[in-house]
Design a protein around this ligand. Structure first.
Ligand SMILES: NC(=O)CC[C@H](N)C(=O)O
Length: 226
C-alpha cells in the first residue's frame, strides 16, 4: 500500500504524518506540491501546517499548486484523499470538500487536546473505532468550520459528518470537526490523529483512524482481486 504525503511550502506536519503512517502496513513518500502525477499512490494525505504562510487566507494559495490537478484526477478515480488541519483548509479552498474554515470564533491560535464524538462510525476514516468519543490534539487559528443551512442539511442527510467537537473550541457550525465529500472518498478534519498514535505521546486515540483507512484499502484491494 503506497501513501503520498503532500508537502507544500510551509507544511510542518508532513514528517509527523510520514512517521505515523510507517506504523501501519503502508509505505509513505513525501511528495512535493510541484509534482503533477499521483497515479502511483493508493491514498493521499495533505498534512497540517501553514502552506504559503497562510497568506491571503489559509489554503488560498495552495489550491493553485501544480499538485492540485493530480488531486482532482485522483478524486475522479475515487482514491482516498485525506486533509488534516491545513490539509482540510486546502481541500475546502480547492472545492474538494464542502464548507470553509474561518478564523476561530475567539481569534487566536488554540493548541490543546479536545474531545470528539464519532457521528458516523461506518466511514473509511472511523470504522475501526470501538468507542463513540475520543480525544485528539488540535492546533489552529482558523478552524471555525462554516457551511450554510442548505449544505448543512445535505451533509446530515448524506452522513458526511464524521466527527464533531464535544466542547466546540472554535465556533464551528454544528460542532463539525471532520467531514467527507458526498462520495465519501475525500475527508478533512482539523484535529491531528497523527499526533496521537503512541503511548509515549500520552494518546493513542489516533490509531483507529489509520486502522480504519488501512482496513478500507485492504477491502478495496480484495474486492478488485475477487
Ligand atoms: N496545524 C495546522 O495545520 C495549522 C493550521 C492553520 N494554518 C491554522 O493556523 O489555522
Amino acid at each position: 500500500m503506497k501513501a503520498a504525503v503532500i508537502s507544500f511550502p510551509g507544511s510542518n506536519c508532513d514528517y509527523d504524518m510520514y512517521y505515523a503512517l510507517k506504523n501501519w502496513q503502508i509505505t509513505p513518500t513525501i511528495v512535493p506540491a510541484s509534482v503533477t502525477d499521483l497515479t502511483a499512490y493508493d491514498v493521499i494525505f495533505l498534512p497540517g501546517g501553514f502552506s504559503y504562510g497562510d497568506y491571503l487566507r489559509t489554503g488560498a494559495i495552495a489550491q493553485f499548486s501544480p499538485i492540485m490537478q493530480a488531486l482532482q484526477t485522483a478524486n475522479a478515480a475515487g482514491k482516498l484523499i485525506i486533509g488534516i488541519c491545513n490539509g482540510f483548509q486546502i481541500l475546502t479552498e480547492a472545492g474538494l470538500l464542502p464548507g470553509t474554515l474561518q478564523t476561530n470564533q475567539n481569534p487566536g491560535f488554540i493548541c490543546t487536546t479536545t474531545a470528539l464524538h464519532i457521528v458516523n462510525s461506518t466511514s473509511a476514516f472511523s470504522s475501526a473505532y470501538q468507542k463513540t468519543d475520543i480525544n485528539l490534539p488540535i492546533a489552529h487559528g482558523e478552524g471555525n468550520y462554516y457551511i450554510d443551512d442548505e449544505q448543512l442539511s445535505q451533509l446530515k442527510a448524506n452522513n458526511q459528518i464524521i466527527f464533531t467537537y464535544n466542547d466546540n473550541p472554535n465556533g464551528s457550525v454544528a460542532n463539525i470537526a471532520g467531514v467527507t465529500n458526498v462520495a465519501g472518498n475525500v475527508f478533512g478534519m482539523m484535529p491531528h490523529p497523527e499526533r496521537a498514535v503512541e503511548t509515549i505521546l500520552n494518546n493513542t486515540d489516533g490509531q483507529a483512524f489509520f486502522t480504519s483507512i488501512i482496513n478500507f484499502l485492504n477491502q478495496k484491494t480484495e474486492a478488485v482481486k475477487a
